[in-house]
Design a protein around this ligand. Structure first.
Ligand code: ATP
Length: 235
């Protein structure tokens, strides 16, 4: 569904991605793990067109989207949940969700999707008239994921969903991510520093170091890999 081939991405003259190749098949959950500054967020931003590649190609279902503007890429069904959530703090929970559906006209279906995200995260239904900025960090992450779902994405790009959250909330969020993948058949591409949970949740994973992919395998095999254990699982 998504294919990144020989991607080189720069910020000015700083090279963040040094020729990476990643494939995400329809229906898969893929995790990209790596240390701080490895280039994980840049990979997502290059995929969603926010920081386009200088060299290489990004394809969505065989169509070259390397230089397609980000809003067009959203319309094509690729939706990114940025690191740090970035919900609209002064809008209510329900208004934040409406913003996620701003490209859609199908009111009845929008209502159904809103009911669906409230069923995934009942706390959001309880808080629907409350400004987003008053939610806890975990609730804001739930809202950010839900807002993305309101665009009915084919591919959901999640940037560090665990960032700054308590372990119990992180577990809950990862179990909902699996549920979304299974129930909605949404393809999911996660970048994460929490290698353990990210690899457990993934069909396949990629390991990134200094802007390059150093390993790829099934989530299960990567969890059992001695180098991964030492470098990312603290074992
Ligand atoms: P983290 O887990 O800390 O978010 P990451 O793996 O997501 O890290 P990136 O944010 O993609 O890493 O950063 C990759 C490299 O690009 C780093 O060396 C970083 O300093 C650099 N970089 C990222 N954003 C910018 C920017 N806007 N301007 C200049 N350099 C940047």
């Amino acid at each position: 569904m998504l294919k990144l081939s020989n991607i080189h991405t720069y910020y000015g003259n700083i090279q963040a991605l040094k020729g990476i190749d990643i494939e995400v098949m329809e229906g898969e959950v893929i995790s990209l793990i790596g240390a701080n500054g490895a280039g994980k967020s840049t990979t997502l931003m290059t995929t969603s067109g926010i920081v386009p590649a200088k060299e290489g190609t990004v394809e969505l279902n065989g169509k070259d989207i390397t230089h397609t503007p980000p809003d067009e890429i959203v319309k094509m069904g690729v939706c990114q949940v940025p690191e740090g959530r970035r919900i609209f703090p002064y809008l209510t929970v329900a208004e934040n969700l409406d913003m996620g559906a701003f490209l859609r006209q199908d009111k009845d279906e929008i209502k159904k999707d809103m009911d669906y995200v409230y069923s995934l995260f009942p706390i959001l239904a309880d808080r629907k008239n409350q400004p987003g900025g008053t939610l806890s960090g975990g609730e804001q992450q739930m809202l950010a994921i839900s807002r993305a779902l309101m665009s009915r994405p084919k591919v959901l790009l999640l940037d560090e969903p665990s960032l700054g959250l308590a372990p119990i909330i992180v577990k809950q969020i990862f179990s909902i991510i699996a549920k979304i993948n299974q129930e909605q058949k949404t393809t999911i591409f996660i970048v994460e520093q929490n290698a353990n949970l990210a690899l457990k949740a993934a069909h396949r994973g990629y390991v990134m170091e200094n802007g390059a992919i150093t390993l790829t395998d099934t989530g299960e095999n990567l969890l059992a890999n001695e180098d991964v254990k030492k470098a990312y699982l603290g074992m």
